[in-house]
Design a protein around this ligand. Structure first.
Ligand SMILES: Nc1ncnc2c1ncn2[C@@H]1O[C@H](COP(=O)(O)OP(=O)(O)OP(=O)(O)O)[C@@H](O)[C@H]1O
Ligand SMILES: [Mg+2]
Length: 388
């Protein structure tokens, strides 16, 4: 016997704003970019793998941006190497699973969500990996009231996102795979190699429909992660997402994401001063690398993760301060608090690294005296960063 698609599967994601009219705080990718996805689907004449909403070519265009023949502009979602995105999309078109690996804030989750949205039109089939994730979250669980009343039956079974993706021929996402215990991770092995999920209680199984694929993300730097078994690792094609290659690339990413987030937070449409974005990115890159961009001065590296994601929130935070408490123009004093908050995470080691950078680099850099002053003013007001 083969199970029919479970009756409990939820409807497509809700695109209707909740009562009261306030917009969703964070729409799913397929909601936020529904227009672009529809335009791509209409323009796309290339072959689509079974169950795919778009051809691999159109998925790559959705991710990297472009202009369609009818003039529709597709905005870039991921800024980086085309080849890398092509390899990721091609992997999903084979029967292998995709592992996005990289440092924090390198857009692993972001890319995984947009890939699922473009390929399956649904990015919501997600298992979040934590130390507490159980096998049920990867395979299936039971509605215990029904199980006790009726005994094991397909109606009493609660499918996991992975099982739902298998019955629909969609993409299942596994976030932070290596945070789950090794034995829970290994529950994926049968799914990935046999494309089936046995349900021994019902003497049955769920077989994956063509189009089913798994995208997992994992961090290569965080503490508290578990090793992946080699049996599981072999079932994934790994794509390593790099940190932005150059200062210009990182400035572009931050500027674009800040504009997107600013719209969601209803900040004025004015773009942040480019010079302010460049300054934050430069500071992050120098502290990350432990050396100034001219290669002359070695720096202490703070313990904080100074990823692109943190740069984005420093600028967004600064824009919010400037909008509500200033004249709307992003200035050094709006950036300073967020900057210090991002750099100083460990109150014993990080303040030393920060002071050294502030006094040794920021103070003497041409055109940076306003930032130096703003940081020093905050430094004097120790309460801003916990007496550091
Ligand atoms: N190359 C890039 N192109 C577009 N956006 C990027 C890029 N790098 C980082 N970002 C942005 O950085 C933010 C953080 O990305 P995301 O949360 O996906 O990181 P992550 O790799 O999953 O990090 P973590 O390991 O902490 O989970 C997102 O808003 C994303 O848009
Ligand atoms: Mg992530």
């Amino acid at each position: 016997m083969t199970l029919a698609p479970p009756s409990t599967s939820p409807a497509a994601p809700d695109t209707v704003p909740p009562a009261g009219g306030a917009p969703l705080l964070r729409p799913h990718a397929e909601q936020a970019y529904a227009g672009e996805l529809a335009a791509l689907a209409a323009a796309d004449t290339r072959t689509r793998p079974p169950s795919w909403r778009l051809s691999p070519w159109a998925v790559v265009t959705y991710l990297l941006g472009g202009v369609l023949d009818d003039g529709t502009v597709i905005s870039p979602k991921y800024i980086g190497s085309r080849r890398l995105v092509e390899v990721a999309v091609a992997t999903l078109a084979t029967d292998r699973a995709l592992l996005l690996l990289g440092s924090p804030g390198t857009a692993k989750t972001w890319l995984s969500e947009h890939l699922a949205a473009a390929v399956s039109g649904d990015s919501t089939l997600v298992v979040q990996g934590t130390a507490g994730t159980s096998e049920d979250a990867v395979r299936y669980g039971w509605n215990y009231a029904r199980l006790i009343a009726e005994g094991p039956s397909p109606d009493a079974l609660v499918p996991s996102p992975v099982m739902r993706a298998m019955t629909r021929g969609s993409i299942a996402r596994v976030e932070e795979l290596t945070r789950m215990g090794a034995e829970v991770q290994d529950a994926l092995i049968t799914v990935l190699s046999e494309k089936t999920l046995p349900v021994p209680e019902l003497a049955s199984e769920v077989q994956a429909v063509a189009g089913f694929a798994v995208i997992a993300t994992a961090n290569d730097r965080d503490r508290g992660v578990n090793e992946m078994s080699s049996a599981l690792r072999r079932r994934f094609n790994t794509v390593v997402l790099p940190l932005p290659a150059s200062e210009d690339a990182e400035v572009e990413i931050v500027t674009k994401r800040v504009a997107d987030l600013g719209r969601a937070l209803a900040l004025p449409d004015e773009p942040p001063a480019a010079s302010e974005v460049r300054r934050v990115v430069k500071i992050f890159r120098e502290l990350r690398a432990g050396v100034t961009s001219d290669g002359r001065t070695t720096l202490k590296i703070p313990t904080a993760t100074l990823s692109t994601a943190e740069a984005i929130s420093v600028i967004t935070g600064g824009m919010t301060l400037a909008t509500h408490f200033g004249d709307g123009r992003l200035r050094a004093e709006d950036v300073a608090a967020g900057l210090i908050g991002a750099v100083i995470k460990d109150p014993s080691a990080d303040p030393v690294a920060w002071r050294e950078y502030l006094e040794g680099v920021v103070r003497d850099r041409k055109g940076w005296s306003d930032l130096y002053r703003a940081c020093r003013d905050l430094d004097d007001d120790t309460s801003v960063f916990g007496g550091a």
